[in-house]
Design a protein around this ligand. Sequence first.
Ligand code: SF4
Length: 493
Amino acid sequence: MNRTKRSGQERLTADDCPRMSFFQRYTLEFFDHHLAQSIAFIEKCLFRRYLAHSDFAERIHGPDVPLGAMTQTKSVAFHTLGCKLNYAETSSISRVLEAEGFVKANFDEFADIYVINTCSVTENADKECRQLVRRIQKRAPQSMVVITGCYAQLKPNEIAAIPGVALVLGASEKFNIANHLKELSGQDHTKICSCDIGDLTDFHAAYSFGDRTRTFLKVQDGCDYHCSFCTIPFARGQSRSSSISSVLENVQEIVRTGVKEIVLTGVNLGDFGHNSTPDGKRENLYLLLKELEKVEGLSRVRLSSVEPNLLSLDIIRLARESQKLMPHFHIPLQSGSNRILGLMKRRYRRELYKERVSQIKDLIPHCAIGVDVISGFPSETADDFQDTLEFLESLEISYLHVFTYSEREHTKAVEITPVVPVRERHYRTTILRALSDHKSQFFRLAQLGQNRKVLFESQNRNGLIEGYSDNYIKVAAPYRDDLVNSIVDWVID
Ligand code: SF4
């Protein structure tokens, strides 16, 4: 005879009575099922009541006192949206908080505080931020959510209205986060700490660390260019940078940790040194790179995006001669139509862009060149798009980063008509991405059989380890511990 055991008692089941009618059997199973569900529900309620009165509840929810007054260690989890600059800044903010006694947690786990470093470059970044806050609300409704970064600077009130956000930190306050958290309690109102972006003149260095074999080092912030589609100058303020001596200090610190490659980042990296140092000396990106050549133990320097009008021949020549500066440039184009470049308020025309690419390829034939391009900018006709496509086809470039134009509040571009229908924008993006695939395959094919230096990263991806050549070709090999963070001669296949 079959019996089920619950709470130490044996109970009869439908299988015990083979002569039961279908109706009797169904009724018994129905009650059995619902009885089990009811017991589980009561057990859950009792467990919740227990939690609500135990220490465990305090650990989960945290008492309603200022964080700074707490003796208990608080955990903090981070999420970054957007660019390499944001990654560098999140990493630095997390180190600031760890130094203040906070414990870093994984974003997918429970944390007392969640910090989201936002971006505002695309509409999706705004949406993504809202979705993340909703996810946190579901998982840990009593945790504090802090929003910082470009979106927080541009639309603090919009963010403060998102249920669950406790603190909004604008551009001037993000590195002051530890002090703000210490003062924060389980208040009803969201606190907004922001500034007028025109008043922002400080530069805060930042670098990513611990998650990669490459480090992104921020050496410049802000931008004075005011391209008509871009919100970054409103979110990050005027152009300002580190001094060469302080970059060198950070680089020494990074190199001591064993990192082999440093990627120099900034909003407008080519504008590095735009502001003179306190002793009145003018510095620039070329002079910085020359100094980095002398740093012992530093194996590789890579540049993130540099505007074509700021990429000097001196820098290109240095990349040819240097063992440290990688043969890889990322140069934004945005459009191959001079009419559209004019409307975008870009500071070059396609002729200058073409000249830069030719100079690079003449001096460094194996150099990788990445290009940013925007599809569907207002008033971009089919002919303008065709110009862009043909221009890009004609250039010896290695890959494209394609962005579909989206309207951003307060920019000049939103006043330009006629707008390109969204479907057409996406169609143009698809064509440009196909061109990018073609270009990168062609570039790789051209490098086949060449011996290049590859820096392997640290992750074991299903038995494989990945790395990048000096000229930014991704390679993979069977995972070996000795390859991690090593620079190895590698034949491109
Ligand atoms: S150069 Fe233009 S696109 Fe780039 S950050 Fe400055 S304003 Fe924006």
